[in-house]
Design a protein around this ligand. Sequence first.
Ligand SMILES: C[S@@+](CC[C@H](N)C(=O)[O-])C[C@H]1O[C@@H](n2cnc3c(N)ncnc32)[C@H](O)[C@@H]1O
Length: 451
Amino acid sequence: MRVVAGKYKGKRWDVPHTFKARPTTDFAKEGLFNILANRYIDFGSQPVALDLFGGTGSISLEMLSRGCEPVFTVEKDFRHMQYLRRVQTDLGDKNWRLVQGDVEKFLKGHTQQFDLIFADPPYWMRTEGVLHRVEGTEFHGCDDSWDKFASLEDYESFTLQWLTECRRLLKPSGSIWVIGSMQCIYTIGAAMQKLGYWFINDIIWHKTNPTPNFMGTRLNNSHETLIWAVKDKGAKFTFHYKTAKAMNSESPGRQMGSVWRFPVCSGSERLKDSEGRKLHTTQKPLAMLERIIAISSNIGDVVLDPFAGTMTTGAAAKKLGRKYIMIERGEDYCRYGRARLEGVELEDSEFARADFDIKPPRVSMIEMIEAGYFTVGEKFFLKDGHECAELQPDGKLLYNGEIIDIHTCAAKAKNLRAKRVNGFDFWHVMRNNELVSIRIIRENYRSSLKS
Ligand SMILES: C[S@@+](CC[C@H](N)C(=O)[O-])C[C@H]1O[C@@H](n2cnc3c(N)ncnc32)[C@H](O)[C@@H]1O
């Protein structure tokens, strides 16, 4: 096993014949890391790395060599871990943290903090017996072994445990989103409040194609609830308000509300196993995860999903240019999920970058006079063409014998009750015999700064 590039380039270790895992080939490592370095990761910025199934450690070594700091390597097999420890001692790099155990325990012992956590925990559905559609065929709801708990106390203690770890791992400015159905969301919400999380919103995911209530014995259950919370009251969390408005498919262009309409995964979005059956009973819509990640995190942020299932969260995170750590104990889900993630490409977009929320640079009147966009002594008009004021060298306006800033002057000229309004909403200047809003002149000046 050989390190391909970076500060440990060329270093070699022999892997024992008894080893159950094989090191990734140099060729594959080179390809993988070239793609990562060219498209996703700035290794120079010392990113934190997590190698969840460490094996021979060949990927971890490559990460360390290229500057990741620290690198966590999680490996269950005792003999593999012994080997990794020998290589670590030989290398003497303090940034390599070896963790023996499964990922659940790993979460407990983990210290790196996350910008965003999305959790879709077991629902504890308590489904009993087989359900039948009206025409008699069997319907397979969530009756999986991972969804079984012995009692309410058991589910409560599981919930408190993972939420405690997630709160510890959430950055002070980070957000957590938890989704659940009526069977679990009240237990989860109560636990979150008990632990000190502060709720931002609860969102109804209105399923546009819900499973019918086959027997007609109660209302059709057509929604799930998402809780969006932060670590503490007063936390300064990321929220791209204008980007959310732009993404608002329910009421285009308006403030995004707390009822979201998405269909349950079906057709080509639904992952299938090798026999064509649905792989996972509770796969979440990719569009919903994209919305969550786009509005409450930034490019380059680290997203954690402790119950990753089919890796929907990872797929949305990767598409939007976020880093991600997915935890899942189902081996099949991991295998299919990993293949799914490999097929996802970064899609640079105004939503990914939250362009709608980027504040334009502040520019002053003096600056615009100096740049020739306004002339000292020129007249400022209201929209109706009423000539009111004259521009001064300091960017203020001469109005009724007093020199005042454009905002206070606009309030006075309009005879408003407010002392100060946004002057860019009111003032116009004459250009080619036409009145032009000074907002447009400012836009032109800002555009000139970009070029
Ligand atoms: C509701 S599903 C998540 C579905 C996922 N959001 C998706 O879109 O595919 C919950 C997942 O948590 C996993 N799981 C349950 N208990 C776990 C545990 N203690 N540690 C890790 N994963 C667990 C299950 O195997 C299951 O895939």
